[in-house]
Design a binder for this molecule. Structure first.
Ligand code: GLN
Length: 198
């Protein structure tokens, strides 16, 4: 891994500055990405939360859908949080078609219902040193299925809320809203294998 990998944060909507600050604290250099040319030399891309349908419109508007797909095929790593995980999924229950369709998971939008629209809980995360991880859920999806090569890292009431593959991390919650940067660090480690275009 280069000393400080450059990590893009999709800057169309959501907690962009919080993710950028977490990347910097975790040892990366953060870059806001709003246009395809800003993706060329990033080792990884974070897709923040927000509203996945709004994100999708902006991705289409800026022609970012195919640019992100191309860079992922080249070796860029991706980290989707909440709506960002919905954007990455190959199947979205509650939406007519998937969006980027890069990570083989099925997600259900707004899956915790009105009773648990927003909540905070401590997660036991597989392979994460340092004890439970505080996780903030806001109108969160759940991951109903993970495909081959994707490992479940954490669950809430038996529902999958965190999973990973070699180059992807998907979280149903908002790791950028706490001071705990362990997931951003884990994501930076994934970029070590990313072939960065120069
Ligand atoms: N409910 C949003 C969606 O389905 C996701 C919410 C979030 O990102 N906090 O797109």
């Amino acid at each position: 891994m280069s000393a400080r990998p450059t990590i893009g944060v999709l800057g169309v909507q959501g907690d962009v500055s919080e993710h950028m600050a977490a990347v910097e604290r975790a040892g990366g250099t953060a870059r806001k990405v709003k246009r395809p040319d800003e993706l060329t030399d990033v080792a990884g891309l974070i897709l923040p939360g927000g509203e996945s349908t709004t994100h999708r419109r902006l991705l289409d508007y800026e022609d970012l859908l195919s640019a992100i797909t191309d860079r992922y095929r080249d070796g860029m790593a991706v980290f989707g949080t909440c709506a960002g995980a919905i954007l990455l999924a190959t199947e979205v229950l509650g939406a007519p078609t998937p969006h980027l369709s890069l990570v083989d998971i099925t997600v259900r939008r707004n899956a915790f219902g009105r009773q648990r629209e927003s909540f905070v809980t401590d997660l036991d995360v597989a392979g994460l040193d340092g004890g439970p991880l505080r996780a903030v859920f806001i109108r969160a999806p759940i991951i109903e299925r993970v495909g081959p090569g994707i490992d479940v890292l954490a669950t809430v009431d038996g529902e999958i809320v965190l999973a990973e593959s070699d180059r992807a991390l998907v979280a149903a919650f908002h790791p950028e809203l706490t001071a705990d940067d362990r997931l951003h660090k884990r994501f930076l480690e994934k970029t070590a294998t990313a072939e960065v275009a120069r």
